[in-house]
Write a protein that binds this ligand. Structure first.
Ligand code: AMP
Length: 192
């Protein structure tokens, strides 16, 4: 299954994507995690990316798209993947379609985690207390939300038009959201 989780920060995408990855034995491909790993490795690329992340801005499309193309081409993604944090804008969404189309694949479902800004922001602030991410300061959280509204929300509409968008009630508990996801994926699996 080729899946994508979409939604603002604090919507619970990462938590559910990890569970999908475990239950369906497909890799969890998170661009945020990949960029953080680069940053920790301290490469020139990692340092540049870290500066962009700390401002809450998007890493340039060309770099991001190239990284995802290489990752999805790896053996463990042959039978599927759950993409998290990508695409973040329309150019990335179009690039994803093109790279999947070139190998005769397409997305099976786009899980859309819908939460009110206030709820997502509060959850992101809580995460800041436990995970100590350097890009989780109040200013950067606010900037990421602006970027989400201006750049990523059009991606939600792009996928809605495909009929494959699955809207989730993402303000509910982790287990309740999981039940919704499992039911939706059963249908996708049945249709595949
Ligand atoms: P995340 O963990 O998904 O919140 O991502 C953390 C940061 O990594 C973002 O604020 C961006 O700076 C960067 N990032 C993650 N995914 C992307 C993407 N698809 N395109 C550009 N930048 C990204």
């Amino acid at each position: 299954m080729n899946l994508l989780v979409l939604g603002p920060q604090g919507a619970g995408k990462g938590t559910q994507a990890k569970r999908i990855s475990d239950e369906y034995a497909i890799p969890h491909v998170s661009t945020g995690d990949m960029f953080r790993a680069e940053r920790e490795a301290g490469t020139g690329f990692g340092v540049r990316v870290g500066e962009i992340m700390d401002r809450g801005e998007l890493v340039p499309d060309a770099l991001t798209i190239e990284m995802i193309e290489a990752r999805l081409g790896r053996d463990d993604a042959r039978d599927g993947f759950v993409l998290d944090g990508f695409p973040r804008n329309l150019a990335q969404a179009e690039a994803l379609d093109a790279m999947l189309g070139a190998i005769g694949r397409s997305l099976d479902a786009i899980l859309f985690f819908d939460v009110l800004d206030a709820v997502g922001t509060e959850r992101a602030i809580k995460r800041a207390e436990t995970e100590a991410r350097s890009d989780d300061t109040p200013d950067v959280i606010a900037r990421r939300l602006e970027v989400y509204h201006s750049q990523t929300e059009p991606v939600v509409e792009y996928y809605r038009a495909t009929g494959k968008l699955v809207p989730l009630h993402a303000e509910r508990s982790i287990d309740d959201v999981w039940s919704e996801i499992a039911a939706a994926l059963q249908q996708v699996g049945a249709a595949a």
